[in-house]
Structure formats: structure tokens, C-alpha cells
Design a protein around this ligand. Structure first.
Ligand SMILES: [Zn+2]
Length: 94
């Protein structure tokens, strides 16, 4: 997924690798999802929304959650927040 153009916006540019996605449940629990391979996500909102949805669905713990928030931290220390249902609010962008 890292070398092809984004299927949402067509861009070939990717951000820094994702280090961790911290998922928050409605009840206040949090769970860190750490990618098992290097993922670089396009800068566009739809790519981030899909990335978060796939990451949450891929883990047995978070898959069952009614999650409310996900905070993404990339290797360049910038973070983003993806809010259900599919909205993205950028936090800490340089
Ligand atoms: Zn894109």
C-alpha cells in the first residue's frame, strides 16, 4: 500500500510511518495498536479514516469496541485525531 497512488485523492505522497494508533472506547478504555509493518498514509482525510477503521477492525480487542476516538502518532511526532463517524481533526501538525 505504500508505493501506489492514494485511491481517494490520487496523490503518490505519503506521510511519516505510523508508530501507534491509540483507540478510545466509549467507556473510557484505551488500547494502543502498533503496526506490524511500516505504514505510510496519504495526507488526505479519507485515507486516514480508512486506515483507522482497518486498524481497529484488525485487532480482536478493539474490533468489539464502540470506539469514540483514535489518536495517531507518526514517527515525525506529529499526531492526528480521527473521530467517529469518519471525521478527522488534525492535532499538532507542524
Ligand atoms: Zn489521499
Amino acid at each position: 500500500m505504500n508505493d501506489v497512488a492514494c485511491r481517494f485523492c490520487g496523490s503518490g505522497r505519503r506521510g511519516a510511518p505510523v508508530v501507534v494508533v491509540t483507540v478510545f472506547a466509549a467507556g473510557g478504555d484505551a488500547y494502543p495498536l502498533i503496526p506490524d509493518e511500516e505504514y505510510r498514509v496519504c495526507e488526505c482525510d479519507r485515507a486516514w479514516v480508512e486506515f483507522v477503521a482497518r486498524a481497529i477492525a484488525s485487532h480482536p480487542t478493539t474490533r468489539e469496541w464502540d470506539w469514540t476516538e483514535a489518536i495517531i502518532t507518526c514517527r515525525d511526532k506529529r499526531t492526528r485525531m480521527a473521530l467517529r463517524p469518519g471525521a478527522v481533526a488534525r492535532v499538532g501538525l507542524a
